[in-house]
Design a protein around this ligand. Structure first.
Ligand code: KG4
Ligand code: ZN
Length: 366
């Protein structure tokens, strides 16, 4: 069987009517998760075991701790998913697992588990790109049709992509340095608000004044779709040094949240213009952990309305890492009859658009 990934010729939407039942496994970062989803979008089970507490004392994810914990937890989490779905392994029509990008230890564990189950059950195996899992979630939750413009905002990635079809992505922009989630995580660390930083910043910001300090609006002079967030972190560190006696953590948090929101809105507006001109479609989808942020969601909703775009944001629990999105991507590949080979090798890096031209600047994230 040949292996097909990011196939550029697939453009048919899934029917949203398939009754295939797919188990999805997610283990690429610090969540061990298993979910069971049907091809019509029904979620039977969506189990997640977070390691956040184990990493909190280190202020970030420690790869060795993550891998060991995935190994201990993956079996019980899959069993929990089957039990809460009231299904047997023989009811499954396929097994999907994140095959990258991510921390290689965890990806290996999820991949080996999925391959073993597929082999034992004699069912197809689907190696899913974690980013494609995020990208397709709005099709699971809102049945959004191709093509659409995607703003993917997570802890490791910040990208604007035209989604033309399954496996068919055109990158409009990416970050030159830090990801949006990283800006929150690093900002929270500077403010002593703990890890993960995004939810902590959002909580603190609720009682803060977003105009307490002025932070830069990175790359606002360019009308392209690329991001840069590392300067924000440096500027925040300087403002904390200068004003920590008079400005509260809540005020710093609110100011950071506003600055990230403004940068995301500006770039997305540029991308909406480009996407509408190129495709004639007016659909925006937000995905990834940062999409759980209410202020950012509102800022993007206002921007979408200004540009006459429809907007879909999956519920918070399906924006942050989860296995339902992996199971759903498995449903899409199952409907397209595109299984992966059991020879699939996990990929620490796996860009959605491998042909994208590099953006200006150095230290570019794929
Ligand atoms: O997609 P995700 O769960 O994992 C990755 O694939 O990276 O995203 C995690 C990122 C973290 O940086 C976290 O701080 C951020 O999403 N995040 C948030 C919020 N919830 C999670 N950022 C801002 N506001 C939130 N409410
Ligand atoms: Zn993610």
């Amino acid at each position: 069987m040949s292996m097909i990934h990011n196939p550029s010729y697939i453009n048919q939407p899934a029917s949203f009517e398939s009754d295939a039942i797919i188990l999805g496994i997610e283990s690429s970062c610090d969540e061990t998760a298993a979910a069971i989803v049907r091809g019509d979008g029904h979620i039977f089970a969506n189990e997640i075991a977070s390691q956040a507490e184990m990493h909190a004392t280190h202020g970030g994810v420690v790869p060795e701790i993550a891998a060991r914990s995935h190994l201990d937890t993956i079996g019980p989490v899959i069993e929990r998913a089957l039990t809460s779905a009231n299904l047997n392994p023989s009811d499954l029509d396929g097994i999907a697992a994140t095959g990258g990008p991510g921390l290689i230890g965890g990806v290996l564990i999820g991949t080996m588990t999925a391959k073993s189950m597929a082999l034992a059950l004699d069912k197809p195996y689907y190696a899913i790109n974690h980013l494609e899992g995020h990208a397709l979630t709005a099709r699971l939750t809102d049945k959004v049709e191709f093509p659409y413009l995607l703003l993917l905002i997570s802890g490791g990635h910040t990208q604007l992509l035209a989604v033309h079809g399954l496996g068919q992505y055109e990158r409009y922009g990416t970050t030159l340095d830090d990801a949006a989630g990283e800006a929150f995580d690093k900002g929270a660390k500077l403010l002593g608000l703990g890890y993960p930083g995004g939810p902590a910043i959002e909580l603190a910001a609720a009682n803060g004044n977003p105009k307490a300090i002025t932070l830069p609006n990175p790359r606002s002079q360019y009308d392209d779709c690329h991001f840069s967030f590392s300067g924000l972190k440096t500027a925040l560190a300087q403002k904390i040094d200068a004003f920590k006696d008079t400005v509260s953590a809540a005020d710093f948090a609110a100011s950071l949240q506003l600055a990230v929101c403004k940068a995301l809105v500006k770039r997305t507006e540029n991308a909406m213009q480009k996407f509408a001109a190129e495709t004639g479609a007016r659909q925006l989808v937000i995905a990834g952990g940062v999409a759980a942020n209410k202020m950012i969601g509102q800022g993007l909703a206002d921007a979408a309305a200004r540009h006459a775009f429809q907007l879909a944001i999956p519920p918070a629990g399906l924006c942050t890492d989860n296995a339902a999105m992996i199971a759903w991507a498995g449903c899409e590949y199952h409907a397209a009859d595109l299984p992966s080979s059991l020879d699939f090798a996990p990929r620490p890096r796996w860009p959605l658009d491998p042909d994208a031209a590099p953006p200006p600047g150095r230290g570019v994230r794929q």
